[in-house]
Design a protein around this ligand. Sequence first.
Ligand code: CA
Length: 224
Amino acid sequence: MRILVVEDEKKTAAFVRKALQAESFAVDVCHHGGDALAAASATPFDVIVLDIMLPGRDGISVLKQLRARKNATPVLLLSARGEVNERVDGLNAGADDYLPKPFELAELVARVRALTRRGGENKSTTLRVADLTLDTLTHKARRGAAEIELTAREYRLLEFLMRSAGRLCGRMMILEKVWDYNFDPGTNLVDVYIRRLREKIDANFPAKLLHTVRGEGYVLKEEG
Ligand code: CA
């Protein structure tokens, strides 16, 4: 589950990011409305936490633009003011929920979780590459008829590779998207997890899906 947090107050953004990460969500943070629109069109998110008061393009305007682009990602609006009008504007613009500041982090996490469930009801939850499928709601993977058990981290890695299917995924990009690292820890963490994943999704099957691009990274794709 990947969450986009749009909040210009860096301290609040950092707290929210930490709280969501502690619940094993992957979290991307933007500090500007324009960046948020770019991020939301580049990456599929499960929920967007969107502050109304932003420099430049405000949260309501970002939300309207998202919906105009047929982006149906559930949105939780945050507001410092908590005025009734603003709340109504937000819901009219297509927000799914609204949380006035100051809020308890536990409540924010609970609302985000509720929205991830709601989102799951009306969108396809199955990623597919050849005969490999991954259900993003139940976290169950299958290769053909065989069920594959994944740890939480293996799931995140596979989900990222499947969402990027056919595209080269560099080690740094994987560290960032799967481990939320924005630095290279200088270990072979990624290679170790790729090896484990390969054992599970490729080892027992003649057609290999997870390929190494020497010196660059990995790509998940059907050969042929
Ligand atoms: Ca703000």
